[in-house]
Design a protein around this ligand. Structure first.
Ligand code: PLP
Length: 417
């Protein structure tokens, strides 16, 4: 299989050179070239439509990152954007006081998400996870936190500890997804002082294979939380409105006390939520202060209401599960055909192709080559994050993608044989 030619990313590189003089590191966090394959991927995007992206050099891609999760329908989804324009033009969206949309959205969440009784609306996933922890601490008058998964960039949970006094995270303990024994040991030591267990109910650890809950895992965590009086928080920032309208909790039938959600709810507009059982959530009204200038802005509420309306009307998640399950089956057949140590994990709406570690470390080269061949063919995945599919991926898009995966695997197979 022939090696594809490198993309022309000259303008991206020029903009990045300039950005290095303007923004520390050029671009922030998980947008950095090191989070993709440096020198192969574009760094600046020009536009998007449906499931397609165009970078500043004019390269076109079929996208599987979906803005790191919020794009559930597609880029520039007209009905959602029109609802927001109308709101901005007819009524305005940034006021001192709250507009009525918070009530409408809170009601909708109560209908859809099993744990939702009262909701607080914020902007980012990190806002919501941090608010959830603060509410749990206020409610229980306890300090310690057990955590499982990525919960954002705030002091208590971020991996890179630069600039954070250790006292801000020293009461936070990590356990691995599907490892109930580990949580049991931690709780035996700290359970009486534990305010919250926060976890992703579906396993999507950074850079690692994805995991569905093993038999009894979610039920076991629920039981441990109850046994010690800890607040169980599901971090459904990625999974709510993606695995089901009511999140992974609805899919797997285990209900937490609090839930944080956001990403897919508003098809890209910034809004997140901490929602949950009334008695726990009421701690937020009496004992602590959660407020920000932009939290009540109605543009994102309107986007969320419209996105949910479309998702319900058109059974968007039914469509994604159906085509995604077929797509995953077809990818698996290609991985079986080409013996390169690639593995597929996840569920239809979010899945990941990783490479099994080997003693020589050759898997790293295979991984880089595979994803390099894909991006050069115009398919936007990254080695360091799982993929998503959106409503606007058509059967044709998926077919083109399968073809590119087949060719990229064949290239790797040939190179390493
Ligand atoms: C599960 C989960 N929790 C929290 C966050 C943090 O969200 P944000 O990046 O909007 O602060 C993310 C972001 O990727 C996430 O995936």
């Amino acid at each position: 299989m022939k090696e594809m030619e490198k993309l022309n990313i000259t303008k991206s590189r020029e903009l990045f050179e300039e950005a290095m003089t303007l923004v520390p590191g050029g671009v922030l966090g998980a947008r950095k070239p090191g989070d993709f394959i440096d020198g192969e991927y574009p760094i600046f995007i020009e536009s998007g439509q449906g499931c397609r992206l165009i970078d500043v050099d004019g390269n076109e891609f079929i996208d599987y990152l979906c803005g790191y999760g919020p794009i559930i329908l597609g880029y520039r989804e007209e009905e959602v954007d029109d609802a927001v324009y109308k709101q901005i033009k007819d009524k305005g969206f940034c006021f001192t006081l709250t507009q009525k949309y918070q009530n409408l959205l809170a009601k909708k969440l109560t209908e859809l998400v099993p744990s939702a009784e009262l909701s607080i609306f914020l902007k980012t996933g990190s806002d919501a996870t941090t608010a959830g922890i603060r509410i749990a601490r206020a409610y229980t008058n306890k300090l310690k936190v057990m955590r499982c998964g990525y919960h954002g960039w705030h002091d208590w949970c971020v991996e890179m500890k630069g600039g954070i006094p250790s006292k801000f995270y020293e009461d936070v303990f990590e356990f691995q997804y599907n490892d109930l024994d580990q949580l049991e040991v931690l709780m035996a030591a700290h359970g009486d002082d534990t305010a919250a267990i926060i976890m992703t109910p579906f396993g999507h650890p950074n850079h690692k294979k994805m995991q569905t809950p093993g038999p009894g895992f979610l039920e076991g965590v629920r039981k441990i939380a109850d046994q010690y009086g800890a607040v169980l928080i599901y971090d459904e920032i990625r999974t709510c409105f993606r695995l089901s309208m009511g999140g992974a909790q609805k899919l797997y039938g285990v209900t937490p006390d609090l839930t944080v959600l956001g990403k897919a709810m508003a098809n890209g507009y910034p809004i997140s939520v901490v929602t949950g059982k009334k008695d726990v959530m009421m701690a937020a009204a009496h004992k602590l202060f959660i407020s920000s200038t932009f939290f009540p802005n109605s543009d994102a509420f309107v986007a969320a209401l419209k996105t949910i309306e479309i998702m319900e009307r058109e059974d968007v998640l039914g469509n994604i599960w159906e085509k995604g399950a077929r797509f995953m089956g077809q990818i698996q057949a290609l991985l079986d055909k080409h013996d390169v140590g690639a593995e597929l994990t996840g569920v239809a709406p979010m899945f990941y192709i990783t490479f099994a570690k080997d003693e020589t470390g050759a898997y790293k080269g295979k991984r880089t080559d595979f994803y390099t061949q894909l991006i050069r063919r115009g398919f936007f995945f990254t080695p360091y994050h799982h993929a998503y599919i959106s409503y606007r991926h058509t059967e044709k898009d998926l077919e083109l993608t399968l073809n590119a995966i087949d060719e990229s695997l064949a290239y790797v197979e040939q190179k390493y044989s």
